[in-house]
Design a protein around this ligand. Structure first.
Ligand SMILES: *Cc1c(COP(=O)(O)O)cnc(C)c1O
Length: 377
């Protein structure tokens, strides 16, 4: 390092948006905790991962293609895009693949925002939205969420508040349905009504990372909406119910013109060969998805009953996680649980300091969580 180096001097060189960024805080890895505590039986219910593990079909597909990784992947993701098009009864030209759906969220901001523009999203919505917006120097217009004492959807997205944050500089509106970390949702009718009130020169990003976990009647009619709203970009992921979080693969569904724009800004080989193969195979394992959803519903009931018994209020959820109000400093309780080998997610960084977000696990993991939580409270 040169002698003239003064700490902080590179930060001054970074763009002003980047200077103000705070890095995304991921859930603590099991290996790290076990190293720190010298234990081997910890459980992680912190990152909304699928506790059943990946589909055996995905593992088989990875094995079959592993010896080809000296070659670049198919940059266009032909086979996967076509398979997804078939699944959604659309065309491959509607699909854009991403290195996780987070990649797509970033592509949208890079393609449509400058420091002169703004993006709108709700309070308590996904932490990646402010990061990708700020990284390009654009402004975040944050809409008030429903209050904590709201009758049906505490801390949920409020469509009127979202509309009120849209101004002449707005180019993107982000909506997560269900939302992370709250688990809350808008009905398909409410979403359709909201989209109809957003001008069509504003890109609507509808983040459906957890859509497979929703009750069927609440899942949006994507094909219909893509036809009806040319400004709509729906994002989906293989990280959650498809259990491929470690491979990084997601996608968007949009009008082909928007897909073409996203394809211009993405890296030529943004999705890797193993991920593409595993994703294709996972789409065939309908049973694995069904088992995952059934296990999630059973675990949700178990955890909610336990929270009631402990007199803890929790937010309504249609995801694979529950945010629960622990009536004390969530970070302190998180630390206590960690000492017992149970990793959950504190959400103070989401402005929810008294909540913990708990991923719904296997029955055994859920029982361990309940028991440990009772001890620590
Ligand atoms: C987990 C999650 C994603 C998925 O991110 P990937 O990059 O696909 O792993 C997207 N949006 C929300 C709201 C999430 O919680």
């Amino acid at each position: 390092m040169s002698q003239s180096f003064i700490a902080g001097s590179f930060l001054k060189l970074a763009t002003s948006g980047v200077q103000q960024l705070t890095p995304y805080q991921p859930g603590k890895p099991v290996e790290e905790l076990e190293r720190e505590l010298g234990i081997t039986d910890s459980i992680k219910l912190a990152s909304n991962e699928n506790p059943l593990g990946p589909s055996p079909l995905a593992l088989e597909a990875i094995k079959n293609i592993a010896s080809s990784i000296n070659y670049y992947p198919d940059g266009g993701g032909f086979a996967l895009s076509n398979k997804l098009a078939q699944k959604h009864q659309l065309d491959a030209s509607n699909i854009t693949l991403g290195n996780g759906s987070n990649d797509i969220l970033e592509l949208v901001t890079r393609a449509f925002l400058t420091p002169l523009h703004s993006a709108v999203f709700s309070e308590y919505s996904f932490a990646v939205y402010p990061i990708v917006v700020q990284a390009v120097g654009a402004k975040a217009n944050v809409a008030k969420a429903y209050p904590e004492d709201h009758e049906t959807m505490p801390l949920g997205h409020d469509p009127a508040a979202i509309l009120s944050q849209i101004d002449d500089s707005t180019r993107i509106v982000f909506i997560a349905n269900p939302n992370n970390p709250t688990g809350t949702w808008l009905t398909p009718a409410a979403l359709e009504d909201l989209f109809g009130k957003i001008a069509d020169n504003i890109i609507i990003v509808l983040d459906l990372a957890y859509t497979e976990y929703m009750d069927e009647a609440f899942r949006p009619a994507i094909k219909k909406w893509i036809a009806k709203f040319p400004n709509l970009v729906v994002t989906q992921t293989f990280s959650k119910v498809y259990a491929l979080a470690g491979l990084r693969i997601g996608y968007s569904i949009s009008n082909p013109e928007i897909a073409d724009i996203l394809n211009r800004v993405r890296q030529p080989f943004n999705t890797n060969m193993l991920a593409q193969a595993a994703a294709i195979a996972s789409l065939d394992d309908i049973k694995h998805v069904k088992n995952s959803v059934e296990m999630n519903n059973a675990g949700k009931g178990l955890l909610q009953d336990a929270f009631k018994e402990m007199d803890l209020k929790y937010l309504p959820t249609m995801g694979n996680f529950i945010s629960v109000n622990v009536k004390q400093d969530g970070m302190a309780l998180y630390e206590k649980l960690l000492q017992q080998g149970v990793i959950v997610r504190p959400v103070a960084n989401y402005d929810m300091p008294e909540y913990l977000r708990i991923t719904i696990g296997t029955q055994q993991q859920n029982e361990r969580l309940i028991e440990t939580l009772k001890q620590c409270l």
